[in-house]
Each structure stands twice: as C-alpha cells, then as structure tokens.
Design a protein around this ligand. Structure first.
Ligand SMILES: C[S@@+](CC[C@H](N)C(=O)[O-])C[C@H]1O[C@@H](n2cnc3c(N)ncnc32)[C@H](O)[C@@H]1O
Length: 368
C-alpha cells in the first residue's frame, strides 16, 4: 500500500459527480486523482472531495508523467454500445477511451481496478477487448472477474442492475456476495425501500427553481453549490399531465390511463415500455433512476404517495432531484453544482454509493 498513508490510494477515471468515490471514500480509500471532462459534474466532485486532485479535462490530454501510482483505479469508460461484431482492436478509433483506461492501468499499476458499466456490457466488443488484454496483452498480470450485480442486493433502495468487473494482480477477487435480499434470510437483510430513502422528505416542495447562487470551479462561474434541500424543487405540469398522474396507482403506469389520456404513441404501442408514467411503491426499491427521472413519461418516477379512496392523500408529482439523489444513495448533505438538467444527468449516471462501498469493503482486505 502507498507509503504516505495506511489508507489505500485511488484514482477515479470518468468520475462524474463522484458516486463511486463516495462509496470508496466511506470505506477508507483516499482519492488522489479524479478525471472528468464535464464541468458541472467535475465541480460537484470537487465541491465534495476537494479541487486539488480533480481534473476537469479530457482524459486524452493527460501526459504519462502526470499519472501517479495508485493502489486502486475505479470507474470505466462510458460504453459506446457497439455490437460484438465491431473491431476488437485497441487501435480502433471507437476504442479510444478504453485505450486511455488501459494506459492509466499500465502507468499507475494499481493492485486492483474496478469497472462499472451497463448490464449488457459483457456482450460488447469493449468487454472482449478487456478479456483479450488480460489473456496476453497489457493486462496479462491481472485476473478478471465479472458479474451483473443488482444494487438492491447491496443495501441500495433501487433495482439497478450493473456489470462490475474486478481486475486484480494480487490474486483473483470474486464479486462480493449480496448483503440484502427481496426475501431476507439469516445472512441477508431485507431490501431497502423507497420509504426508507425518501419517506421523511417533504411531500410538497415550496419552489420550482434552483436558488440564484453561483460559485467558481476551474476558473469559471457555475451554479451552486446547492444543498440537498435546495434541489428539492417541484415542476409545473400541465393540467393534462396532472390528470394522467391521478390515474396511476403505486406500481401502475401508462396502462392505467383511460383512452382519452393516452398519447398517440402509447395508443399505437400496446405492449412494452411498461415502466413509463409509472408510480413507485413505498415498500419496494425503486426501478433504475436514469438521467431523465424528472420526466414521468420516461419511467417509473411518480412519487409513491397515492390512496385509492383519498384523492387528497395523493402526491401528484414526479420525484424531485433531491429524492432521486437519495434513491441513488447519495448522502443527505451532498453538494451539487450545475443547472437542473446537468444535476439530473450527474445523479442518473452515478454508481449508487452503497454498491460501490460493498465492492470497496470487499477488495480492501485483499490489498497488500
Ligand atoms: C457513467 S458516468 C460516471 C459516473 C461516476 N462513476 C459516478 O459514480 O458518479 C461517465 C462519465 O465519463 C465522462 N467522460 C466521457 N468521456 C470523457 C473523456 N474523454 N474525458 C473525461 N471524462 C469523460 C462523462 O462526462 C461522464 O460523466
């Protein structure tokens, strides 16, 4: 482990607003470098973990001698999602971000690296590239393990499936065992629910706007920093939207709407997209929180409070940014920078901290 501290050092690549770092930091890891080119996301990261080690720039602009040694590298390049039939060559221009990732691993020589990616990652050519590099290429010293993990199984109040890859040159590391389950056992606690995460948050936000506040990061002005309660703002739905929300019970969605409230595309598409215009359930984890969680027509994002015989006990709105951040397992006192849309993107793109912490805890004891 690095000499200056007994806390293992880590580099976060494609760090976003720092969801993954939250989990590793909570388990005693020490961030020494974060790379993120989106200025709003990098500002949020810097607001919470310090600007000294946060680099708001394209990963490609890093010179080799700027890359420090580290015990662990976390974060993976966003997947372009091109099919298995695509080129597996590191030199394919579409693989340029993976090439950067491999360069950081080669120079920083971490004992372990952790990649988080979409559920179907193991079916992409980016994944094949990793396997080939581990077989006889740049990663030949590393053993790879991978699995799709469900965030809810690790204490996150959300059913978010993600592929996790662990690369280790200190012996193969299997993926951590679930700590939570839908049906609890002696070893597994019950899934955390929407009620656990947001049950205490005010049902009626008092504003529809972010406060007029600006701060400076990376030598430019940016909106923020905002506390959690400052991103608890409502929206101004049309009367038609309100009428739609009113018809949707917990667990329901677009199929609960009467014909006159259906949009043309919903009327024509009789099957699939079952989550859209969906309402959460209080006593279950939410479904995946994506970057457009503020649009009910994009998923199951309506607030869970709804009573059949009591229209006065219905909360007819989509979840707020604050509620989404809590379902994504961010701390209540996390600081946020950027516009409404930029903050939503940061939240939806993040790795829930509970999942990251479970992985961090699991690998920490194996570092030398
Ligand atoms: C899925 S998000 C990361 C989420 C993050 N791990 C978290 O837990 O909050 C991927 C990030 O990669 C960043 N990114 C994409 N291309 C980049 C590049 N060339 N250089 C630096 N960052 C880049 C995007 O701006 C985005 O924030």
């Amino acid at each position: 482990m690095s000499q200056v501290s007994d806390r293992p050092s880590m580099i976060d690549l494609f760090a976003g607003c720092g969801g993954m770092t939250v989990g590793f930091h909570n388990e005693g890891f020490r961030p020494i470098l974060a790379v993120e080119w989106d200025r709003a996301a990098a500002s949020t990261y810097a607001a919470n973990f310090g600007k000294e080690h946060t680099h708001c720039r394209d990963i490609e602009t890093f010179e080799d001698d700027e890359i420090p040694p580290a015990d662990v590298i976390i974060g993976g390049p966003p997947c372009q999602g091109f099919s298995n039939l695509g080129s597996k060559s590191v030199d394919d221009p579409r693989n340029k971000l993976w090439k950067q990732y491999l360069r950081f691993v080669t120079i920083a020589r971490p004992q372990v690296f952790v990649i988080e990616n979409v559920e179907r990652f193991s079916r992409t050519s980016e994944f094949q590239l990793l396997l080939e590099e581990a077989e006889h290429g740049i990663l030949k010293d590393y053993d790879l393990t991978h699995k799709v993990l469900l965030a809810a199984d690790y204490g996150v109040p959300q059913r978010r499936p993600r592929t996790i890859v662990i690369g280790s040159r200190v012996g193969e590391i299997p993926l951590p065992e679930p700590t939570h389950a839908k049906v609890p056992t002696a070893k597994r606690k019950p899934w955390r629910t929407v009620r656990d995460a947001i049950g205490w948050v005010d049902w009626y936000p008092t504003t529809t706007e972010l406060p007029e506040k600006h701060t400076t990061y990376f030598e430019q002005s940016i909106r923020g920093e905002f506390r959690g309660t400052e991103i608890h703002f409502g929206r101004q739905p049309t009367p038609m939207s309100l009428e739609r929300y009113d018809h949707v019970p917990p667990g329901g969605g677009r199929f609960d709407l009467p014909d006159h409230l259906l949009s043309r595309c919903w009327r024509e598409k009789k099957t699939g997209t079952t989550d859209v215009m969906g309402r959460m359930r209080w006593d279950a984890p939410s479904l995946t929180i994506r970057t457009e969680f503020f649009k009910p027509e994009k998923g199951q994002y309506l607030h869970p409070q709804w009573e059949l015989d009591r229209p006065d006990r219905r909360v007819n709105r989509v979840i707020t940014h604050y509620e989404a951040s809590l379902l994504q397992d961010f701390p209540k006192d996390y600081q946020w920078c950027g516009s409404k849309t930029e903050i939503a993107k940061q939240i939806g793109n993040a790795v829930p901290s509970g999942l990251a912490a479970a992985i961090a805890k699991h690998i920490k004891g194996r570092l030398s």
